[in-house]
Design a protein around this ligand. Structure first.
Ligand SMILES: *[C@@H]1O[C@H](CO)[C@@H](O)[C@H](O)[C@H]1NC(C)=O
Ligand SMILES: *[C@@H]1O[C@H](CO)[C@@H](O)[C@H](O)[C@H]1NC(C)=O
Ligand SMILES: *[C@@H]1O[C@H](CO)[C@@H](O)[C@H](O)[C@H]1NC(C)=O
Length: 368
């Protein structure tokens, strides 16, 4: 008797430690995840002279840490959706799951590594890797943002005194580095901002003390502001850039939830009935912009999204209708944390009203 109570307590505690235990009459119907690639080298330079040996795949490419961390993130999704909620089959059933990734090597590689954590191995110990769909960069308005468009930047050109609306994605960063580099980062060249953030978590790289100090908070706040600028989020709110970055994805997420909810109320409808887990692999800017759309951006606390940062949309069927829960899992070391937004506006209808402000179903106009 005592022993079974102790066992029961242990089970209850371990469930409570994770996100939102399932109530018997609630049914999880669809999970959609937008996730940033794993740890990579900065795209422009290394932080130290030796960094190139550790980050041997080159600038902008996934590191071994990135592979390990994307795998660890996948494993934690397995814990929740395969083991705890028994929502998907851990052996991988193609009709249940769909992966889509932006057409950049580090993103495609991260999706592969995540999926091996999610699905585990064959009985002979080989990883199960699902197909990961993608498109050419120029054709992928879902996940690959066209930063080279010259429209949509007027506010930034003005605020930063840029000389033209060409290449704003890079000229705005240079301008920010000139005028807004934090005092606490004085000993660090501002052009290394991305490199020091990227290399801070890497135990094999020994950065100077002042680099570490800068990378921890000040550089992450600086980078948050730049990523928000690119995506038109928060302090740099801009509807055109938000639409361009996540408008099509917002539309797709809402449409998928709508279809699933409609089908679950209609026994003659089998469209999408078995598909229930969708993963969209992309970049920090997509994650931050989508967090803005669904009023969850405050969860980043003013710091740029971690590698493998994931926003999760769960569609639940409850007695009184369909509800959406939004979670942030900001990296492989973070918990699944429910957004205050989804507690407040949790009906599907309310979430659709909020998201439809930025939902577009065709590519935005892009001037060159
Ligand atoms: C832009 O120029 C104006 C006027 O020349 C100046 O007052 C302002 O400080 C400048 N802003 C930046 C960010 O350089
Ligand atoms: C952004 O998308 C919304 C929803 O489709 C639309 O109403 C709005 O006009 C778009 N804004 C811009 C600037 O494109
Ligand atoms: C149920 O689904 C079928 C097939 O998609 C459709 O023709 C029918 O109108 C739907 N019924 C309801 C009540 O939504």
């Amino acid at each position: 008797m005592t022993r079974s109570i102790v066992l029961l307590l242990a089970v209850v505690t371990s469930v409570a430690g994770k996100a939102a235990p399932k109530k018997d009459d609630d049914e999880l119907q669809l999970v959609q995840v937008l996730i940033r690639h794993g740890d990579r080298a900065a795209t422009d330079q290394f932080a130290t002279e030796k960094s190139g040996e550790v980050l041997f795949r080159g600038l902008g490419e996934l590191s071994d840490d990135g592979i390990d961390h994307a795998f660890a993130q996948g494993k934690q999704f397995r814990d929740r959706y395969v083991d705890d909620l028994k929502f998907i089959d851990g052996r991988y059933i193609p009709s249940e799951v769909r992966f889509r990734a932006s057409p950049v090597s580090r993103v495609l590689m991260s999706a592969g590594a995540f999926s091996t954590g999610l699905f585990g191995n064959t009985p002979k110990g080989h990883p199960v890797i699902p197909p990961i769909y993608t498109k050419d960069y120029a054709d992928d308005s879902l996940l690959a943002t066209a930063f080279d468009c010259t429209n949509g930047w007027d506010d930034i050109v003005k605020a930063l005194n840029l000389s033209s609306s060409e290449n704003v994605a890079s000229t705005s960063l240079a301008a920010m580095e000139n005028v807004m580099w934090p005092d606490t980062c004085k000993g660090v060249p501002s052009t290394k901002v991305d490199a020091i953030i990227a290399e801070l978590p890497n135990k094999l790289i020994d950065m100077p003390k002042e680099y570490n100090k800068c990378a921890k908070d000040p550089a992450k706040r600086f980078m948050y502001e730049y990523i928000a600028l690119l995506g038109g989020a928060e302090i740099h709110y801009n509807e055109e850039r938000l639409n361009r970055t996540v408008g099509m994805l917002t539309d797709e997420l809402l449409t998928n939830m709508d279809k699933k909810a409609a089908c679950s109320l209609n026994s003659t409808c089998d469209m999408g009935s078995s598909e229930k887990f969708r993963v969209y692999y992309a970049h920090d800017v997509n994650v931050l912009a989508l967090a803005h759309v669904f009023k969850t951006i405050d969860m980043f606390e003013g710091m740029t999204p971690a590698f493998s940062s994931a926003l999760i949309f769960e569609l639940w069927k409850k007695k009184d209708g369909h509800h959406v829960k939004v979670f942030l899992k900001n990296g492989q070391d973070a918990e699944f944390k429910e957004s205050g937004f989804s507690k407040e506006y949790s009906t599907l209808e309310a979430v659709k009203t909020v998201g439809s402000k930025y939902a577009i179903n065709e590519k935005m106009q892009c001037n060159h």
